[in-house]
Design a protein around this ligand. Structure first.
Ligand code: HEM
Length: 406
């Protein structure tokens, strides 16, 4: 544990919350020297900045690395565009990626979770380690995306190395070098080649899937280009997988450490949707993302010049007592949460939030019903190490509760 803001330090990454508190209380417009960037940590400041895309632009990337878009060798995707281009793209994508399309996946997701849980029970009965993250939380979003994009069953195994490469990218702190050298490059190249083929095929023979819907989406006479669709597929795989898996794993971890809170959800599963937001508030999958100032801006009397990187510390803002009261650090599954930054806010508000919440709800409903005493083996768990995201690589559990307990 450290109370110094040191985003590259494993001690900070293991428990960033004391440092976040110090920033909020003592240094709300923090200047980081190397690499040079600013960090906002209070809820109101982050909320205001992230909604002011005219001043805090996404067009130079979301990390504090210089020229990250250029280094990746990719054209900017939706998340790295400002209005007006962002508005056009977002509208077109929303035509295909509708809440109705998401809701229609519930039965398939539930069947997947039940099948996985049955396999995990068998593994535990055979004396093998059960890893909640590896065996359930991480595969579920990959399955959901494959369903959504209409990827045929036979091709689904091909997702695994791509997702693994993107996780490595996170584990290396989104350093572009991790994607421009080593196995990551090949994985991303393969993913692009694969999706390019799928897009061409769906343009020729449209089906009932999201890619087909995106290829025909039209607004004000505009249509998505192949690159737009490809870029969106990339952002969904990169931004929708680990984040959702970690929401589930964080939920399970938080509840396993707080049996009283868990008992409330077991007794009344209708509280689960609210609990998911509370998990995200306390242990956000996305802890921090950056913007670049387009003009000088003054916050709490400190002037941030134009052209500077400013990190939005969502994870710090979501625990701000000024917004959430004196119990901001505590888990309360019944807490009223009128606003939070777990999915950001403003024009880039997560477009996949419905899908993420659906998956996490189904996973938690099934887990709590079948394994209300599940115990997380914390000493053997392994975290992702990153200044930007928070979550797990491995989370061993005992489905029936702690061996020898009760
Ligand atoms: C718990 C799970 C998730 C979390 C915590 C999360 C978080 C976020 C955050 C914080 C942003 C804003 C980025 C910024 O500030 O620049 C974002 C945007 C985005 N997310 Fe998610 N996300 C999740 C799941 C998903 C899923 C399942 C998908 C799609 C399948 C998805 C697709 C996207 C896309 C496309 C954007 C960009 C939207 C835009 O720029 O207009 N996310 N997400």
């Amino acid at each position: 544990m450290t109370d110094v803001y040191a985003p590259f330090d494993p001690a900070f990454q293991a428990d960033p919350y004391p440092a976040y508190r110090r920033l909020r209380d003592e240094d709300p417009v923090h200047r980081h020297a190397d690499p040079p960037f600013w960090a906002l940590s209070r809820f109101e400041d982050v909320w205001t900045a992230v909604r002011d895309h005219g001043t805090f632009s996404s067009a130079s990337g979301l990390t504090f690395y210089e020229d990250e878009i250029g280094k990746l060798g990719l054209a900017p995707t939706i998340v790295m565009l400002d209005p007006p281009r962002h508005t056009v793209l977002r509208r077109l994508i929303s035509h295909g990626f509708t809440p109705r399309r998401t809701a229609a996946m519930e039965d398939a997701l539930r069947a997947f979770v039940r099948a996985r849980l049955a396999e995990m029970r068998q593994r535990e009965a055979d004396g093998e380690t059960v890893d909640l993250h590896r065996d359930l939380a991480s595969p579920l979003p990959t399955f959901a995306l494959a369903e959504l994009l209409g990827v045929p069953e036979a091709d689904r195994k091909r997702f695994d190395p791509w997702v693994a490469a993107l996780t490595t990218f996170q584990d290396r702190g989104f350093d572009a070098a991790a994607m421009t050298e080593g196995p990551g490059v090949q994985a991303v190249a393969e993913m692009f080649a694969y999706f390019s083929g799928v897009i061409a095929e769906r343009r020729a023979r449209p089906g009932d899937d999201l890619i087909s819907a995106l290829t025909v989406a039209e607004a004000d006479g505009e249509r998505l280009t192949d690159w737009d669709v490809l870029g969106f597929c990339f952002v969904m795989v990169a931004g929708g997988n680990d984040t959702t898996g970690n929401l589930i794993s964080h939920g399970v971890t938080l509840l396993s450490e707080r049996p009283g809170q868990r008992a409330k959800l077991v007794e009344d599963p209708s509280l689960i949707p609210n609990a998911l937001v509370e998990f995200l508030r306390l242990e956000g999958s996305v802890q921090a993302l950056g913007r670049t100032t387009t003009r000088p801006v003054t916050v709490h009397g400190v002037e941030i010049p134009a052209g500077e990187k400013v990190m939005m510390l969502y994870g710090a803002a979501n625990r701000d007592e000024r917004e959430f009261g004196p119990s901001a650090d505590a888990l309360d599954v019944t807490r009223e949460i009128p606003r939070h930054l777990g999915f950001a806010s403003g024009v880039h508000f997560c477009i996949g939030s419905h899908l993420a919440k659906l998956q996490a709800r189904v996973a938690l409903e099934e887990l709590l019903a079948a394994h209300p005493h599940l115990d997380v083996d914390r000493p053997r768990a392994k975290r992702i190490m990153s200044p930007f995201t928070r979550g797990w690589v491995s989370l061993p559990v005992h489905l029936g509760g702690r061996p020898g307990a009760g």
